[in-house]
Design a protein around this ligand. Structure first.
Ligand code: TRP
Ligand code: SF4
Length: 405
């Protein structure tokens, strides 16, 4: 197996299908912000992905695209560190999708769990479309285009990253053998210096003749430590080491985000499809009303009835927002009926409003400077497109598409 030293790049996308809410913030965006410190991040608006399910009424997609980027910026996604772009503005994604579709067995797509699951779950739309079947492959194209090493995803998307890995492996298997591969390998070896070249050669021999996996690791470590060789030479040497050929599209890893603990206003997970969300742009009145009208422990009918926090959906919010001493005090108050639900809920209202206030302030600033926002998106698209063009150029070449010169 090729365990190429992955680059330091992260890529993730989000569908523009409505206003962002606290579930997105706690479940996804906080993680995106954190990753900016250690990785080169690419974050994009997955508008083509949104069309796979919203093709009948796409108005929401157009409306949400810029607003979504504004919300990203407002919570702290930093365009100085991260490249923010819109998928449909990088047409190379569509080209790579087409090219990858040539080598992707139908069964691989039919077997992706979300294909059947979503069709069964979403009854009000016809998802027996070509686009919906191919959507995980479009995602593979998104990821491989940037040769991303890491893809932060929720559990429901892990199978898509797995498919991406399989497609990359198949691609490299077919096309990683350049006509002059061996010649290029020899040239690359020379750049390592005599001693290292000999160590490399030894490791390769031991691995390929005796299946010695320790020798494989030694060879890989040796290549990782080389300063004098380019990335593509390193990929060639890795491919030559394990006999797989050159790695053109490196296999990504999932960075599994622990599933969000963010509850909705009804005790289920916060999600637009449950209609239980609090938007990042929710007004003070609306936040207050949504929390005040939340169901509580059904046993607390009257103010004087004791309750059990473990049976109360409001308590899930305390788990997210409230410090230990206050929680101990509130749980005691609930069990002894010494506090009322209105008071208990007020803590949540205050915490959410405190959290949203600076975010909404920044949203307002960006809304007052839409041309500034558009410049951020334009610059992100330009940068993304440069990277995408390099990849697609390489892919065209190895797939025989040398028609344009
Ligand atoms: N499929 C993802 C979702 O529905 C969005 C997405 C599209 C994505 N392309 C991606 C996520 C590439 C990570 C990497 O949420
Ligand atoms: Fe729920 Fe708080 Fe009321 Fe107890 S006091 S039932 S935890 S809202």
């Amino acid at each position: 197996m090729n365990t190429i030293s992955q680059n330091n790049r992260v890529l993730s996308g989000m569908r523009p299908t409505g206003l962002l809410h606290l579930g997105h913030y706690h479940g996804v965006l906080k993680n995106w912000i954190e990753l900016q410190h250690s990785y080169e991040c690419f974050y994009f608006v997955a508008d083509w992905h949104a069309l796979t399910t919203h093709y009948e009424d796409p108005s929401i997609i157009g409306e949400s695209t810029r607003d979504m980027v504004i919300d990203w910026l407002a919570v702290g996604v930093n365009p100085g560190n991260s490249t923010l772009f819109v998928q449909s503005r990088i047409p190379e994604h569509a080209e790579l999708h087409t090219l990858l579709s040539m080598i992707t067995p139908l069964g691989w797509l039919e077997r992706v769990p979300s294909f059947k699951d979503q069709q069964e779950k979403i009854k009000d739309r016809d998802l027996a479309t070509y686009g919906f079947l191919g959507y995980p492959l479009l995602q593979a194209a998104d990821i491989l285009m940037y040769k991303a090493g890491h893809v932060p995803v929720g559990e429901d998307q892990v199978a898509h990253v797995e498919l991406t890995r399989e497609v990359a492996r198949r691609f490299n298997h077919f096309y990683g053998r350049e006509a002059d591969f061996e010649k290029k390998v020899e040239a690359a070896k020379k750049k390592m210096g005599k001693k290292n070249a000999r160590l490399y050669q030894d490791a390769r021999k031991r691995y390929q003749e005796q299946g010695d996996s320790e020798a494989l690791s030694i060879g890989q470590a040796l290549l990782e430590s080389q300063q004098n060789i380019s990335l593509s030479d390193r990929e060639r040497l890795l491919g030559f080491l394990d006999g797989e050929g050159r790695i053109i599209l490196p296999e990504p890893q999932s960075l599994l985000t622990v599933s969000s603990k963010m509850p909705g206003t009804d005790g289920q997970k916060m999600s637009k499809s449950y209609n239980n969300t609090i938007a990042l742009r929710e007004s003070v009145d609306s936040v207050t009303k949504k929390i005040r009208t939340m169901p509580t422990d059904p046993a607390r009918v009257r103010r004087t009835d004791p309750g059990d926090p473990d049976k109360c959906p409001v308590w899930d919010f305390h788990r997210v927002y409230t410090d230990e001493p206050t929680k101990i005090m509130l749980a005691e108050g609930c069990r002894t009926a010494s506090i009322g639900c209105i008071d208990c809920k007020q803590y949540i209202v205050d915490s959410i409003l405190d959290e949203l206030k600076p975010i909404q302030q920044r949203v307002k600033e960006y809304l007052n400077d839409l041309s500034g926002v558009d410049s951020i998106i334009n610059e992100g698209c330009e940068h993304a497109r440069d990277v995408a063009q390099d990849t697609i150029e390489e892919v065209r070449k190895v797939m025989g598409l040398t028609g344009r010169r």
